[in-house]
Design a protein around this ligand. Structure first.
Ligand SMILES: *[C@@H]1O[C@H](CO)[C@@H](O)[C@H](O)[C@H]1NC(C)=O
Ligand SMILES: *[C@@H]1O[C@H](CO)[C@@H](O)[C@H](O)[C@H]1NC(C)=O
Ligand SMILES: *[C@@H]1O[C@H](CO)[C@@H](O)[C@H](O)[C@H]1NC(C)=O
Ligand SMILES: *[C@@H]1O[C@H](CO)[C@@H](O)[C@H](O)[C@H]1NC(C)=O
Ligand SMILES: *[C@@H]1O[C@H](CO)[C@@H](O)[C@H](O)[C@H]1NC(C)=O
Ligand SMILES: *[C@@H]1O[C@H](CO)[C@@H](O)[C@H](O)[C@H]1NC(C)=O
Length: 564
């Protein structure tokens, strides 16, 4: 079974710094956990290489493969290719993880194979968004890592092969954007372009989360078409927002009209918000920040209910659906209430052993059908970011819980299997490529972030790192770097200007200007208990920054409400 899956992000905008509490996480324990994650990665990777490569994804129970790139996002499994043998999707998705794990020989072997054997000239209809974040993002990121001299790759063996592949793929995307509105078709045939009678229905994520990969491709190749196409689509999408600054979930790209007016921060929309913010970091454009900021404030205003987020109608702001979807697990890193929301997700994770796809907030129960857990990375990702922002060892314990659950419920002899039903822990014969691209990567980085020392990366929604370079920020978009541009070590990287280092709190920046840090204010009243636990709102104090009362969440924790 395939899930229409939109990717998730976490931003690291943490403003609360706890007293690092006592924890059993000393450096020996950290190393032990890191080794556990490394073993997970190789168990998954080697099984893929043995039983599935060069097909797209591994079927870990039957130890076979599935050519699933063309199935991603294709709920009804329509127009599947007749003669398609995969594009080594999971290998492409593993490239940046191999570098982060320090396996340069395997990385080089993979690059050689891809440069000799990979072709995108295949008669397969693929989802533009999925292909962009997984394949284009995987190639562009790996190209940058391959040209970074600090990665100890054999010098001289790399001749921009990945960039050549990425550019070929990018060119195949362009016909999708050749539309009256500039909004792209959701589907493209890699060989033949947009199919006749192709559906005009697409989603907010599908139109609004292309800018990082396509922008990076333009910067690397000097060909502005990719970035321009993605930017034009993003601008058009933004122009379709309601007077409340909300967007819907699905739309008609030909007419530019909304189809589904209800939206939230989960499936169909999530990475739109993420990419506005990350595009601001990567390309330094004020535009992106302004869009993100308005959108963020609207989310906090209309979707938020305590630590949870529900969906609302973009026209009226009225709540529509009350449910937690696992994709939302990225949001905690975004705002000041992060720890509270994050704890709610951990609470649900612990309740079920893993995170179910959908959880009904009003009934505090599982969604009747969406009980699966497809090895998604979002909670691991939030946990990694929150640890980076706070250095609170509690997050390592959460990471340990996640690692142990994955090993006890999802590990099988032939890899790692998705969970079909979290109430029975019945497994399913599929290992998504994002398990290697993201889940394993974020868990590894949680316990060993040496890859990030002295470097400044953002991670795409698929977990592929892109460096924050001053060269990409200071130059005007029209001025492109020559195509033989390679990563130069002393290319001055923008000084620690990631969200993590800025500790930006968008909710506050309305008055304070972004970059401002939270300061304890006079109105602060501490919670009754220092561990922030509670039975009722009365036990929760007043938040220092907003001067608002905190309240007691479902999981029994006091929350900071910074609703604007
Ligand atoms: C987050 O919550 C955990 C669990 O209650 C707590 O131990 C930790 O100190 C909290 N961290 C922050 C940043 O408030
Ligand atoms: C896919 O594999 C089958 C079986 O090996 C082969 O007959 C076919 O030519 C391949 N198709 C392509 C497009 O490579
Ligand atoms: C690199 O990956 C290969 C293939 O999985 C493995 O055999 C090898 O041991 C790895 N090398 C290191 C240094 O981890
Ligand atoms: C490309 O594929 C062929 C056929 O599977 C294989 O023999 C060859 O070694 C591959 N090239 C590289 C560089 O691995
Ligand atoms: C496209 O749709 C129209 C109307 O439904 C139909 O008449 C036509 O045959 C279709 N064309 C193709 C190539 O499927
Ligand atoms: C790199 O590109 C520039 C401009 O296109 C060109 O002048 C230069 O000779 C190229 N350098 C190499 C090493 O190819």
């Amino acid at each position: 079974m395939l899930v229409y899956r939109f990717r998730i992000w976490v931003l690291l905008l943490l403003v609360i710094f706890p007293d690092p509490s006592l924890s059993h996480f000393d450096s020996a324990k950290k190393m032990q956990m890191r080794e556990k994650v490394r073993k997970m990665f190789y168990h998954a990777y080697e099984n893929y290489m043995t039983h599935a490569f060069p097909h797209d994804e591994l079927k870990p129970l039957s130890r076979s493969f599935t050519d699933s790139l063309s199935e991603l996002g294709n709920l009804k499994l329509e127009h599947l290719p007749q003669d398609y043998n995969g594009t080594a999707l999971t290998l492409i998705e593993s490239l940046s993880s191999l570098v982060i794990l320090g396996n340069c020989t395997e990385f080089e072997r993979a690059v050689l194979w891809l440069s000799e054997n990979l072709t995108f000239d295949v008669d397969a209809r693929v989802n533009l968004f999925e292909c962009n974040i997984r394949v284009l993002g995987g190639l562009v990121s790996a190209h940058i890592l391959a040209t970074d001299s600090t990665n100890r790759l054999v010098q001289g063996s790399y001749k921009n092969q990945l960039l050549v592949l990425a550019e070929d793929l990018g060119r195949r995307f362009l016909p999708a954007f050749d539309t009256p509105t500039g909004l792209p078709y959701a589907w493209i045939n890699l060989k033949y372009g947009v199919m006749k009678n192709e559906t005009t229905e697409t989603s907010t994520s599908g139109c609004g989360s292309l800018i990082l990969e396509m922008g990076a491709l333009s910067r690397l190749t000097g060909d502005p078409r990719y970035e321009s196409a993605a930017l034009r689509a993003l601008r058009k999408l933004w122009s379709m927002r309601s007077s409340l600054n909300l967007l819907g979930t699905t739309l008609d790209m030909e007419t530019g009209e909304w189809i589904e007016h209800s939206s939230g921060i989960g499936a169909g929309v999530d990475s739109f918000y993420e990419y506005l913010f990350k595009a601001h970091i990567l390309f330094g454009k004020e535009d992106f920040w302004r869009m993100f900021h308005s959108a963020y404030l609207a989310v906090q205003k209309y979707f938020r209910h305590g630590p949870w987020y529900h969906e609302a109608d973009m026209r009226t702001g009225k709540a529509t659906y009350w449910q937690l979807t696992s994709l939302q697990a990225f949001w905690p890193g975004l705002q000041a209430t992060a720890n509270t929301s994050h704890r709610e997700f951990v609470y649900v994770w612990k309740k079920f052993g893993v995170l179910p796809e959908r959880y009904l907030l009003d009934h505090q129960m599982l969604h009747p059908t969406e009980k699966y857990y497809p090895l998604r990375p979002e909670l691991a990702e939030s946990t990694f970011y929150l640890y980076q922002a706070t250095k609170d060892p509690w997050y390592m314990e959460v990471g340990e819980t996640i690692v142990n659950s994955l090993n006890s419920y999802t590990k099988v002899e032939g890899g790692f299997a998705s969970i079909r039903d979290v109430t029975t822990m019945q497994t399913e014969d599929h290992m998504h490529s994002f398990f290697l691209a993201e889940t394993c990567k974020y868990l590894y980085l949680l316990f060993d972030d040496s890859f990030l020392v002295d470097r400044n990366y953002i991670f795409t929604t698929e977990g592929h790192p892109l460096p924050v370079l001053s060269a990409w920020q200071e130059r005007l978009p029209e001025i492109y770097i020559p195509s033989n541009w390679t990563y130069v070590k002393d290319e001055k990287q923008t000084k620690r200007s990631s969200a993590m280092s800025l500790q930006v709190c968008p909710a506050l920046s309305l008055n304070a200007g972004h970059g401002e840090q939270l300061v304890e204010s006079a109105c602060h009243v501490p919670d009754a208990r220092s561990d922030h636990k509670c039975f009722s709102d009365e036990e929760c104090g007043v938040d220092s920054a907003s001067c608002r009362r905190r309240s007691c969440s479902m999981a029994g924790y006091c929350g900071l409400w910074l609703v604007v």
